[in-house]
Design a protein. Structure first.
Length: 70
């Protein structure tokens, strides 16, 4: 299982980010995801956004931030 889980975009286009079952926060772009990854000890400079063993992008990939329709 991936260490970081990025949930699908919400109605505002933000995505909840979790690591090891802990909610880290909400991200509105990949830079936010990288900043949140740093809070769990990962080096943002070495995190590959396409590393499926590290990041589980749910409801779209790293560049899918369109708000979900209600």
């Amino acid at each position: 299982m991936a260490r970081i889980i990025v949930e699908p975009p919400d109605a505002e286009g933000a995505r909840r980010v979790r690591a090891d079952s802990r909610i880290l926060g909400r991200a509105t772009n990949v830079f936010d995801v990288l900043a949140l990854a740093e809070t769990v000890g990962l080096d943002p400079a070495t995190v590959r956004l396409d590393d499926a063993a590290l990041i589980d992008w749910r409801g779209g990939g790293a560049y899918d931030w369109q708000p979900r329709e209600q």
